[in-house]
Design a protein around this ligand. Structure first.
Ligand code: FE2
Length: 183
């Protein structure tokens, strides 16, 4: 499966624009992480891009979410490494994150929400003016974007990244696609 096929499949299965943007952001950060860590950028990007493809199909049923996504990824011809990363990003199944790719997707998923929220509280509601240090401050405010699980974001240490480094990389990656995100 290449990126174009993945996008086609997303458009066929996901209506919510914000969910599609979340997947594009996750892709961008995963690509940046792969570049930094010397991993396969296409593969890591693909895992990020399709990881929530089943959210609307499963209608919020968390016991099915990511299981169906993993099946879909396999059907589309994704590598088993991508399939596993998709599956274990939802902890409900008790499938542990084992590989670097698994762990990268797991910590990246909630970071997107934290950074997006940090942009949306600005008067201009734009990413451009967001600084890494302000995201870091928001990280410490537990009630801010509470759904963005801090512990999960901080698990970036499992792939050898300091939190500050991870936030900076994520923010830069998001700024790189800000136009597409209309953010
Ligand atoms: Fe996600």
């Amino acid at each position: 499966m290449d990126r174009e096929e993945a996008i086609e499949s997303i458009e066929a299965n996901v209506e919510n624009r914000n969910l599609i943007k979340h997947m594009l952001v996750t892709e961008a950060i995963m690509r940046a992480l792969a570049r930094k860590l010397g991993e396969d950028e296409e593969e890591w990007g693909l895992a990020g891009l399709i990881h929530d493809i089943d959210v609307e199909l499963t209608e919020g049923d968390m016991t099915n979410h990511s299981k169906l996504g993993a099946d879909l990824a396999r059907e589309m011809g994704a590598s088993e490494a991508v399939v596993h990363a998709v599956l274990c990003h939802n902890e409900v199944h008790g499938v542990p994150c084992e590989t670097k790719l698994d762990k990268a997707l797991f910590c990246t998923d909630p970071l997107t929400g934290l950074i997006t929220a940090a942009a949306l509280v600005r008067p201009d509601r734009k990413l451009a003016g967001v600084e890494a240090k302000s995201v870091r401050k928001r990280f410490k405010e537990k009630s801010f974007a509470a759904g963005a699980r801090r512990e999960q974001i901080a698990s970036c240490s499992e792939i050898g990244l300091e939190l500050d480094e991870f936030i900076k990389l994520g923010l830069e990656a998001m700024k790189g696609i800000a136009t597409e995100l209309e953010l």
